[in-house]
Design a protein around this ligand. Structure first.
Ligand code: RP5
Length: 153
C-alpha cells in the first residue's frame, strides 16, 4: 500500500488471506515518497517467490500501475477512498491503464480490498487443491447465510 493510512482499508485483503491460510506480506511502498523502495520491491517480487501483488493506493494512485510496469506478476489495484473525492480519483487513476500494462482494478475501499484478497486466493487455488476446497466451502457458506425473506428490523 502507498501509505500507513491505507492499512485500515487494505486490512480487509489481509483478513481474507488469513482466513484462507494464504501466506502474504504487507508493506508500505509509496510510488512518490519511496520510489526506490517501489522499484526494488516490484523488481524482486517474482524472484522472492511472490505470486500475486495487491496494490492499494489513494488519490493520485499511481502505485498499482508503477508496480505492474516493473513485473509480469498479476497486479490488482485497490482504490482507497480519498478524503476530497471519495476515491473516485483513486479509481480513475488505477483503472485507466494504457493497453499493454495490465492492472486488475477492484471496487473503491474495503469491498475492493476484500475482493482483491479473494481473487488472489482464487489464482493461487489454481495450483492448490486444498485451497480451492476452502474457497468453495467459503462461497457455499456465504450462499447459505442469505435468507430468502428479510428479518424484521
Ligand atoms: C497515497 O496518498 C496513499 O496511497 C494514500 O492513500 C494517500 C494519502 O497518503 P497519506 O498522506 O495519508 O500518507 O499515496
Amino acid at each position: 500500500m502507498g501509505s500507513q493510512s491505507d492499512w485500515p482499508t487494505m486490512q480487509s485483503a489481509a483478513d481474507i488471506l488469513d482466513a484462507f491460510g494464504v501466506a502474504y506480506e504487507a508493506r508500505v511502498v509509496s510510488a512518490h515518497r519511496t520510489p526506490e523502495r517501489l522499484f526494488n520491491y516490484a523488481k524482486t517480487a517474482k524472484s522472492r517467490g511472490l505470486k500475486v501483488i495487491i496494490a492499494g493506493a489513494g488519490g493520485a494512485a499511481h502505485l498499482p500501475g508503477m508496480v505492474a510496469s516493473l513485473t509480469t506478476l498479476p497486479v490488482f489495484g485497490v482504490p482507497v477512498e480519498s478524503k476530497s473525492l471519495k476515491g473516485l480519483d483513486s479509481l480513475l487513476s488505477i483503472v485507466q491503464m494504457p493497453g499493454g500494462v495490465p492492472v486488475g482494478t477492484l471496487a473503491i475501499g474495503k469491498a475492493g480490498a476484500k475482493n482483491a484478497g479473494l481473487i488472489a486466493a482464487s489464482i493461487l487455488a489454481l495450483g492448490d487443491a486444498a485451497l480451492d476446497r476452502r474457497l468453495e466451502a467459503w462461497r457455499q457458506a456465504q450462499t447459505d447465510s442469505v435468507s430468502e425473506e428479510p428479518t424484521p428490523e
